[in-house]
Design a protein around this ligand. Structure first.
Ligand code: F6R
Length: 612
């Protein structure tokens, strides 16, 4: 959703803030702004449009303040406009606030503040925050050093919903207060300076030392210090955590777009995610997990819950867990799961997959599962993210920062990690067979095979040029290939804006085939030798009706008679999604490029969906 940056130190804040926003722009990009403290007054500069527009604002170069807050917006309440952009300021111009999240009770708060003489210039939920802080500040007659903190804390107690906020106050020109609840925010510690950001990569070039905040921990930041308080304003002790990602992992490194770079980073991401979890001797080790055979045997069900692409990785997980461990496994969309009263008890294990670890629906689904007595296991790419702090157990993909909105390397890393988890479960359950042994060998060879699959780039590009003006593209597959059809279709619609649907190949003749007509493009995925004959018959049905066909298949499957056949290396069906999605990621990428679109920042989307 929105992105937040803050700086407090000895340097001029404005260039640091704008630079940080540029790195966070993938979180939201319809308006941007900064506020700095200038000679004991707050200066707010903001506008509709991309972050780079800030460079053109009159007076932006004259700012000299060394403390400031900044925001890039993805509109929820109120259309993209200068008035609705953050930072927001209270009526008395004493406080300025940036906010990520949603204040659910803002109507009531607006009414309350209105009754107390406050007026509003925007349609946002956020504008109530600086005014509410001012309301409490003006009622507090104790002018001690904690007055600013008390006002922020008292205001936050009134807020319902989710928020990560930064607040500056003109009466406290050497401090900034930050707090979060169900929205991400990290503090990077530098030398005589502190950085604040919605996520780690944006400030990784300044520091690797981070404070990770829990919900409703309040922080008073100064140049040299970070003081932490709980909701009762009792001081808390907090240590920094060192983040291993290096700064260049958050740069484009010569690629035109982050998405292309991230597609090419998949061999490394998979290698890093496998790490030492699978050794040459075939032992699978998750040091943070201690599931017993009795516990796994007692399970009546496993739920895998996630959103979007992460949910598609969950489908590959279901396939592996059910086939290798024989534990019934259901995959659910987090936004549905949380409202459908799922049947869960202490004999249910609930697994949550989230690249960011901050997706609001996934977090809510996790909390619900815990309340109902299930054990919870989080799979995330971000150490210390909200789902990992809520879950009983956490395991990590090591994909490195994923900046492009469309997920690529995070997805394939999730698929490999959950497959390794299935192997680990089978080991605990003492199930051992040739299929599992073969899968382990294939996993260790996977990074090299991904490099091979990436070599399909040129032919994919060629086919993309032939079809980029299409209005509809269909994706078909059976079994594990159907999960890839879903992901391929999502990727395409996300970044090319071409209408796309995916179907289980056998479902075609039960309705969707009515849509197939001369010239329409159909992508068929057929990597599972056991199912390939069946899928070929379905694809023949669309060829007969005049469709153009792109086929993704294995090297040892003999098929001809389609417009384009792309072959990826043979592997175990459990991990074939990791190879077969690669030409489809490239397909979406090249179509989007051919259409001249912004690949990394597709319209209406944001990287991290921290609202319902
Ligand atoms: C699509 C995509 C989204 C995310 C979804 C969940 O390319 O990236 O569908 O997968 O929003 O996000 P996380 O994994 O952060 O929970």
């Amino acid at each position: 959703m929105c992105g937040i940056v803050g700086y407090i130190g000895t340097k001029k804040a404005s260039p640091i803030l704008i630079n940080g926003l540029l790195r966070l722009e993938y979180r939201g990009y319809d308006s941007a702004g900064i506020a700095t403290i200038e000679k004991n007054d707050i200066s707010v500069m903001k506008d509709k449009g991309r972050v780079k527009n800030l460079y053109n604002l009159k007076g932006i170069d004259d700012l000299t303040g060394t403390i400031g807050i900044a925001h890039t917006r993805w509109a929820t309440h109120g259309k993209p406009s200068k008035e609705n952009s953050h930072p927001h300021i209270d009526n008395s111009k004493t406080f300025s606030v940036v906010h990520n999240g949603i204040i659910e009770n803002y109507h009531e708060l607006r009414k309350f503040l209105g009754d107390n003489g406050y007026t509003f210039y925007s349609q946002t939920d956020t504008e109530v925050i600086p005014n509410l802080i001012h309301y409490y500040y003006s009622k507090d007659n104790n002018n001690d050093e904690l007055k600013f903190l008390r006002a922020v804390r008292n205001a936050c107690k009134e807020l319902k919903g989710s928020f990560a906020i930064e607040v500056i106050c003109k009466d406290y020109p050497d401090n900034m207060i930050v707090v979060r609840k169900d929205s991400p925010l990290v503090i990077g510690k530098g030398e005589n300076e502190n950085y604040i950001s919605s996520d780690i990569p944006a400030i990784l070039s300044f520091t690797r030392s981070f404070y990770l905040l829990n919900d409703l921990e309040f922080v008073i930041l100064s140049r040299n210090d970070a003081k932490f308080y709980d909701i009762d304003l009792k001081p808390i002790k907090k240590d920094t955590k060192t983040i291993e990602w290096n700064a260049s992992s958050a740069e484009k490194d010569g690629y035109d777009d982050y998405m292309l770079k991230e597609i090419h980073e998949q061999p490394t991401a998979i290698r890093e995610t496998i790490g030492s979890k699978l050794s040459e001797n075939g032992k699978c080790d998750f040091e943070d997990l201690d599931f017993t055979k009795e516990y796994l045997k007692s399970l009546n069900k496993i739920y895998i819950v996630a959103c979007g692409t992460a949910m598609h990785a969950g489908l590959a997980g279901k396939n592996a867990i059910e086939k290798l461990c024989k534990i019934p496994t259901e995959v659910d969309i987090a936004s549905e799961f949380r409202y459908r009263d799922p049947i869960i008890d202490e004999k249910t294990l609930c697994i949550f997959i989230s690249q960011s670890g901050e997706t609001a629906d996934t977090i809510a689904a996790l909390k619900l599962s815990k309340e109902k007595g299930a054990k919870t296991l989080a799979i995330s790419n971000v150490i210390g993210s909200s789902i990992t702090r809520e879950a009983d157990f956490s395991i990590y993909t090591h994909a490195g920062p994923e900046i492009a909105v469309a997920s690529t390397k995070a997805y394939t890393s999730q698929v490999i990690l959950i497959t390794l988890l299935a192997i680990y479960f089978s080991q605990v359950l003492e199930i051992n067979n040739e299929e599992i042994n073969n899968l382990k060998i294939e996993i260790l060879e996977l990074p090299k095979k991904i490099e091979e699959a990436l070599k399909t780039s040129e032919i994919v590009k060629e086919f993309s040029k032939r079809v980029y003006q299409e209005k509809d593209i269909f994706f078909l597959g059976r079994g594990i290939d159907e999960t890839v059809a879903k992901e391929g279709s999502l990727k395409l619609k996300e970044i090319s804006y071409i209408h796309s649907e995916s179907y289980a190949a056998g479902e075609l003749k039960h309705g969707p085939i009515a849509l197939i007509e001369n010239g329409i493009t159909v992508v068929g995925i057929m990597t599972d030798p056991k199912l390939v004959e069946k899928t070929i018959s379905n694809i023949q049905e669309v060829v007969t009706r005049g469709a153009k066909t792109l086929i993704i298949t294995n090297q040892n499957i003999d098929i001809n008679g389609f417009d384009m056949v792309i072959r990826i290396p043979n592997t175990s069906p459990f991990i074939s999604p990791i190879l077969s999605i690669i030409p489809l990621q490239l397909f979406s990428y090249y179509i989007s490029k051919e259409k001249g679109l912004d690949v990394d920042k597709p319209r209406n989307l944001a990287k991290s969906v921290t609202v319902e």
